[in-house]
Structures are given as C-alpha cells and as structure tokens.
Ligand binder design. Structure first.
Ligand code: ADP
Ligand code: MG
Length: 203
C-alpha cells in the first residue's frame, strides 16, 4: 500500500499535477533535515490499516520546531507500530477535492468540490464523464454552490486556470493511475498554485 501510494504520487507528478514535497522518515536526523529544508511540515503515519488518518490522530500539521517534530515522530512510532512515517511540506490554502469513480457502463466519472465538510456533509460536488477539457473543467468549478469561494474569499486567492488545468489532466490520465476509485483529498491551492497532499485509491 505504501509503495502504491508513492507510485501514484509519482504518476501525478509525471502527468503534471504538483505534489507537496515529501519524504519517508526512518531516522530523526532525516526528519530534522527535511524540516530545515521546508521550514513548516506535516507528519503522517501511513499504513493500510489506517484509512482515515486524521480520525485516529495520525496527521500533525504545522510543525515548525525541531523539538515538536521529534516529539511527534516518537509518538507516532509508539502509537502506530506497523506504519511508515511520512513528512510533507505544509501547504497553506484552500482545500479542494478531486475524485474519480470507474462505472462499469460509462467508464470514469469525475467529481470536483471544495474539500472537507463541503464534500463529506453537503455533497456539494459537480460531476462529469471523463475526459473533460479545461473549458468544461471551468464550468464544473462554477457549478458547485461554494463556487464563489474560488473567486477569492477572505484573503484566500486561488488560480482558477491552474485548477481547470489539473482537473482536465486528471480526467485524461485515470487509466494510468488505475484502480476503481481515486480521490485526491485534499488538493491544496493558493495564489501560487495547487498541490496534492493526500490520495486514496480503491483497487
Ligand atoms: P486523511 O484524509 O487520511 O485524514 P490527510 O493526509 O488528508 O489525511 O490529512 C488530513 C488533513 O490534514 C487534510 O485534510 C488537511 O487539512 C491537512 N493536511 C494534510 N497534509 C497537509 C499538508 N501537506 N499541508 C497542509 N495541510 C495538510
Ligand atoms: Mg485526506
């Protein structure tokens, strides 16, 4: 599972979907080096037994000091013995959801929405048969109820053309990623761009 997770991150990068900088951590020195290079980081415990990492406290965001990093690393090691530890650069921005499901008759159907509760609770998503071009992707973004947030809200700015580019590229490369269901959740966007920070693939 960990291997596949990484492979998919690599495929995403290859097809042109940026991925937050990441590194597997086995030793404290590796973690401290990664923190020094990235200033603010996130630490996650990755394992096939952990489906929703934040539900079990296996994600710690906004780590800026070596002391905290080491403490979280040791704590995760203890609490999640079989898991691999992943460090990621921290991305500040708006969280989006980009998913795909393979329908036995229609093929890939993609969905797009704002991340978190907007998808999970309000089901505020727009859907299309894949593939979509950038114009169609732009219409998907305008269709969701929370679409206005993408125009800029309380200091959050995102690049809509970049999001449309990513939706379109994703929709055209689903067979390369494989599986039956693929979720990038979240894709975090700010005025500089968008980065995938988490994935879920159903084989
Ligand atoms: P899971 O969905 O399994 O709980 P995620 O990797 O999606 O785990 O992390 C949970 C939440 O933590 C995300 O929805 C996001 O809010 C935050 N998060 C995770 N990784 C990052 C990151 N690299 N930068 C900023 N926030 C992050
Ligand atoms: Mg997630």
């Amino acid at each position: 599972m960990e291997g596949r997770w990484l492979d998919i991150f690599e495929i995403l990068e290859e097809i042109g979907i940026p991925v937050a900088k990441w590194s597997w951590i086995e030793k404290e020195e590796e973690l401290l080096k990664f923190l020094e290079e990235n200033k603010e980081i996130v630490i996650k415990a990755i394992s096939k037994d952990i489906l929703h990492k934040s539900d079990v406290g296996a994600v710690k965001v906004g780590i800026g000091s070596p002391e905290e990093a080491v403490e979280v690393f040791r704590n995760f090691r203890k609490r999640f013995p079989g898991a691999k530890i992943l460090a990621q650069e921290m991305i500040h921005g708006l969280e989006l959801f980009l998913g795909a499901k393979k329908d036995p008759i229609f093929g890939w159907v993609i969905s797009f929405g704002l991340g978190g509760i907007f998808v999970e609770v309000y089901k505020d998503v727009s859907m299309r048969l894949a593939p979509v071009d950038e114009g169609e992707a732009m219409r998907m973004m305008e269709e969701i109820k929370g679409g206005k947030i993408l125009e800029g809200y309380r200091g959050i700015k995102v690049r809509k053309e970049e999001i449309a580019r990513i939706i379109s590229i994703f929709s055209k490369n689903l067979d390369r990623i494989g599986g039956k269901e693929i979720d990038i959740n979240p894709l975090i966007c700010n005025e500089k761009g968008c980065w995938a920070v988490d994935l879920r693939v159903l084989e």
